[in-house]
Design a protein around this ligand. Structure first.
Ligand SMILES: *Cc1c(COP(=O)(O)O)cnc(C)c1O
Length: 243
């Protein structure tokens, strides 16, 4: 990553200052969105999605007080989590998860946002129970039937939620969704809020609503999101690190 696009890398101090400024801007956006929605900003947890950025950035963010880190690929997340094992971080796995990666992910992730099928529940449960770990799991809900970016349909949520709640080593946290590409995110997040309200009738503690990325966090907060997954607005453009 470079400050000016000329290719000269930032020093650690420059990068820390850049991240601190982005974080302050982001906190301002979150505070404004919470004020507009009549919500307390303390209800909203910020997850820094650090995919494609180095472990050194995770370390700098931890130094700035962030405790929640998100990754979407096991191959990248596993070594990064290992490099940062000395830091007091909670690791969120937010990407699509193949069943054969469940065991690996269960070894370092604290929260898995992308549980969207029964086989994954079984695989994560087996792995967590074997490692003596407890994994908080969110059911990923598809808000656009036409797309195939992962996620269970709203109708599939109750059975998946029951399966997670009853599985050894797993704890049901709530729901996650990604807004449909190229559409107004607001109706999609409203739908997610309705699915969450329905879920909480049977699982009152499953209060997490993981929604909202760099481009749509205001709409997500307006619709009750409890967890934001923010990459670009905090760390910068992901293409910038391609050399
Ligand atoms: C990359 C990613 C994010 C962060 O997206 P930005 O638009 O960069 O904030 C959030 N959620 C998931 C599932 C992601 O893969």
């Amino acid at each position: 990553m470079t400050a000016d696009g000329t290719g000269s890398p930032l020093t650690p101090d420059e990068r820390r200052a850049e991240l601190a400024e982005s974080l302050a801007d982001l906190r301002g956006r979150i505070a404004a969105a919470c004020a507009a929605a009549g919500r307390d900003a303390a209800e909203v947890t910020l997850i820094a999605v650090t995919k494609t950025f180095p472990a050194s950035d995770v370390r700098l963010l931890a130094g700035l007080g962030l405790t929640e880190v998100g990754e979407n690929r096991d191959q990248e997340a596993r070594p990064k989590a290992a490099e940062c094992a000395d830091l007091p971080l909670t690791w969120h796995f937010v990407g699509r998860l193949q069943t054969n990666k469940a065991r690996a992910v269960a070894s370092y992730a604290d929260v898995v946002h992308s549980v969207d099928r029964a086989r994954l529940v079984t695989a994560l449960s087996d792995a967590a129970a074997r490692d003596g770990r407890t994994l908080r799991c969110l059911v990923q809900v598809s808000l656009d039937e036409a797309e195939h970016r992962g996620g269970a349909s709203p109708a599939e949520v109750p059975a998946l939620a029951d399966a997670i709640a009853g599985a050894a080593g797993l704890r049901l946290g709530g729901l996650m969704a990604v807004a449909p590409l190229g559409a107004d995110p607001l109706p999609a997040f409203e739908r997610l809020a309705a699915v969450s309200a329905e879920l909480r009738r049977n699982h009152p503690d499953a209060r997490i609503v993981s929604a909202g990325m760099s481009g749509d966090l205001e709409q997500a907060i307006a619709c009750g999101a409890t967890h934001l997954r923010i990459g670009t607005a905090l760390l910068g453009g992901r293409r910038a690190i391609v050399r």
